[in-house]
Write a protein that binds this ligand. Structure first.
Ligand code: AMP
Length: 218
């Protein structure tokens, strides 16, 4: 199945995309993860992207479209994929549809995760991640066993630089202005389903599975 996860930062797209990937084997393509990897590796693209990311702004369309195009051409995506955090602009959505159409395929569904603004801010500001193995925790909702330490590899947990309060505000403004218009864009195409993203991770996953099973055989 070819799916897009849409929604503001902090709605839980990445977490749910990981679970879908583990259960069904469809690779998760997260442009945020790919960009953070480029930043860690200090590639020219990463060094350039870091400025936009730290300011809570979007990285130029051409950069992310190129990354996604490369990933979708990979054999691993032939049986399906989950796009997490892409598209984020109408131009990206148009290009995605060109790429997929060029492969003689179509998107099965765009899932729009809905969580209140108050909850999104709580989820983002309490998020902590492990720079070594990329595991993600939350100080209140998914705390590590030992404070500040990764359960999986023992690494020291950090707050993402773009999860600081002033950057969260900038990212949500960018979402409202540039990404939220994709809801009506996909609604008009008849490709959108809304998903209630509130509550525990397992509850949200249960809702997601029933939504996906309603789309036909996996
Ligand atoms: P995320 O992990 O999805 O919240 O993404 C973190 C940051 O990476 C965003 O705030 C943007 O600066 C950048 N980014 C991720 N995906 C995209 C995209 N599709 N288009 C532009 N910038 C992106």
């Amino acid at each position: 199945m070819r799916i897009v996860f849409l929604g503001a930062p902090g709605v839980g797209k990445g977490t749910q995309a990981d679970r879908v990937m583990n259960q069904f084997g469809w690779p998760k393509i997260s442009t945020g993860d790919l960009l953070r990897e480029a930043v860690r590796n200090q590639t020219p693209l990463g060094l350039e992207a870091k400025k936009s990311m730290d300011a809570g702004k979007l990285v130029p369309d051409t950069v992310v479209i190129g990354m996604v195009r490369e990933k979708l051409a990979d054999r691993a995506c032939k049986g399906g994929f989950v796009l997490d955090g892409f598209p984020r602009t109408v131009a990206q959505a148009e290009e995605l549809s060109n790429i997929i159409r060029g492969q003689g395929l179509k998107l099965d569904r765009v899932v729009n995760f809905r969580v209140s603004r108050e909850d999104v801010v709580k989820r983002l500001s309490g998020r902590r991640s492990c720079p070594r193995c990329q595991s993600v925790f939350h100080v209140d909702f998914a705390p590590p066993k030992v404070d500040g330490q990764c359960d999986r590899c023992g690494g020291s947990l950090v707050q993402r630089s773009d999860d600081k309060p002033e950057t969260i505000e900038a990212r949500l403004k960018v979402y409202d202005e540039q990404t939220a218009p994709l809801i009506s864009y996909y609604e008009q195409k008849g490709e959108l389903s809304h998903l209630d993203g509130t509550g525990q991770m397992d509850q949200v996953y249960g809702r997601l599975l029933s939504l996906l099973s309603g789309l036909g055989p996996q």
